[in-house]
Ligand binder design. Structure first.
Ligand code: PLP
Length: 450
């Protein structure tokens, strides 16, 4: 693309004058004007292009400008752009059939929303209505969205500024072997103790007051925390024992990210409700939803469900989902993501870790990886503290700046760099990005005390 710096400057001026940005101190940001994207790359107006190791907000699972999805959105737009949710349409019926077919067990019905926050909002409302119980248990270090309920469910510092107390939510600790809340010294012990802690929390809260346990199948922004084998099955068992529903949030991990269509597939666990968004259509058009089990859906067979949205099952979003799932299936993208994790990203990141004292742990699966950065690998002291201010984040900011200068766009959260590229990243693109990251991490090593 031909550089057009004047256009970039004009976009910047209008943005700074009129756009109010999410999660930002408005005077402290300088958003990059983006001109376009194709596959795993996007570019600005000034001649720079970036290999996207963040998949934007970990949603761009098939890369930019996939011709099949672009064509599906265009065709649907020509036929019918929008329709009220009490009608039915072919794209919505077909998207629901495909999603239910990918979801495990008796998760057979789909309630469509505009994104992940609303998906969790409605899953929780379904659970509360179906059980008649008020409380939800959710994990620390989680992110579930930004409306009042979803933010209360969230277990990270983004909740604090809007927190109005428990609001029907109690938080618990999930497994995190590298920084165990349970002083465990093996993943097996971490699993056992995390389950005992959940069981105790439920007994102390009063099982009959708890509608659901909500958790990310693999914690995403909170650190790519892959649960030890047996943990999710244990949560399922505990929920069943107390008549509590299990909700898995697959907004970030669904649709191939972990090398399975849904991450629960790694552990053969069937929740009562499963939420999705992002990867369902790679974010080409906003779409999310709740996959509902037959058992929960039956509660609303003869009783109206108390909730709805003007854009539930939006034709453009659902047409994009149908095309995305078809493209992922026909091009073997989920299998490719699993292969990339096992053969390329995992080994590549472990190699990098061996060269950099700042890397304390590498963990992940599929196209879902985190490097946890530390001051000292012996003490595991975080290179940037939890809930760090921008000033405290300098070591990671410098790594990110070095990556961007070299044409790579990763994702960072506190002391972690996340490597979360599209599922259809090629091995050559992976090698290109890993080499840049390797060079950039030297900036972090300078802050280590080892
Ligand atoms: N749940 C998880 C696990 C997420 O990662 C996110 C977004 O990052 C959400 C929910 C919220 O989704 P959305 O931003 O589409 O509302």
């Amino acid at each position: 693309p031909k550089p057009d710096p004047e256009r970039a400057a004009a976009i910047r001026r209008r943005d700074r004058a009129h756009v109010f940005h999410a999660w930002a101190a408005q005077k402290h940001i300088d958003p990059l004007p983006v001109a376009g994207g194709a596959g795993s790359y996007f570019w600005d107006y000034e001649g720079n292009s970036y290999l996207d190791f963040s998949s934007q907000f970990v949603n761009l699972n098939i890369g930019h400008a996939h011709p099949r999805v672009v064509a599906a959105v265009r065709d649907q737009a020509e036929r019918l752009c929008t329709i009220a949710p009490h009608f039915t349409t072919e794209p919505r019926a077909e998207a629901a059939r495909l999603i239910a077919g990918l979801a495990p067990g008796d998760l057979n019905r789909v309630f469509f929303t505009n994104g992940g926050t609303e998906a969790n909002e409605h899953a929780v409302r379904m659970a509360r209505t179906a059980t008649g119980r008020p409380k939800i248990l959710s994990a620390y270090r989680s992110y579930h969205g930004a409306t009042a309920t979803a933010l209360n469910l969230t277990g990270d510092p983004r909740r604090w500024s809007a927190d109005s107390g428990s609001a029907g939510v109690t938080h618990f600790f999930g497994p995190y072997p590298y920084r165990s809340a349970f002083h465990a010294d093996s993943p097996e012990q971490e699993c056992e103790r995390a389950l005992a802690h959940l069981d105790l929390t439920i007994r102390m809260e009063g099982p009959a007051t708890i509608a659901a346990v909500l958790l990310e199948t693999v914690i995403g922004t909170g650190g790519v925390l892959v649960p030890p084998d047996g943990y999710l099955a244990g949560v399922r068992r505990i929920c069943d024992e107390y008549g509590i529903l299990m909700i898995t949030d697959e907004v970030m991990v669904g649709f191939g990210r972990t090398g399975e269509w849904f991450a629960v597939g790694h552990w053969d666990v069937v929740p009562d409700l499963l939420t999705f968004a992002k990867g369902v259509n790679s974010g080409y058009v906003p779409l999310g939803g709740v996959v509902v089990s037959d058992r929960v859906a039956a509660v609303f067979d003869h009783r109206p469900y108390p909730g709805g949205l003007t854009y539930s099952g939006h034709p453009l979003g659902c047409a994009a989902a149908v095309a995305t799932i078809g493209a992922m299936r026909d091009e073997g993208m989920v299998e490719h993501a699993a292969w990339l994790g096992e053969q390329v990203l995992g080994p590549g990141l472990r190699d990098i870790a061996a060269r950099h004292p700042a890397v304390g742990e590498v963990r992940g699966l599929g196209v879902f990886w985190a490097l946890e950065l530390v001051k000292d690998r012996g003490t595991r002291e975080m290179l940037v503290p939890y809930a760090a201010s921008p000033a405290e984040s300098t070591p990671v900011t410098e790594v990110m700046a070095a990556c961007r200068k070299a044409g790579l766009w990763p994702f960072a959260n506190y002391n972690r760099i996340h490597v979360v590229p599209p599922c259809n990243l090629s091995a050559a693109e992976a090698a290109e990005g890993l080499a840049i990251l390797d060079g950039a991490l030297t900036a972090a090593d300078a802050y280590t005390t080892e």
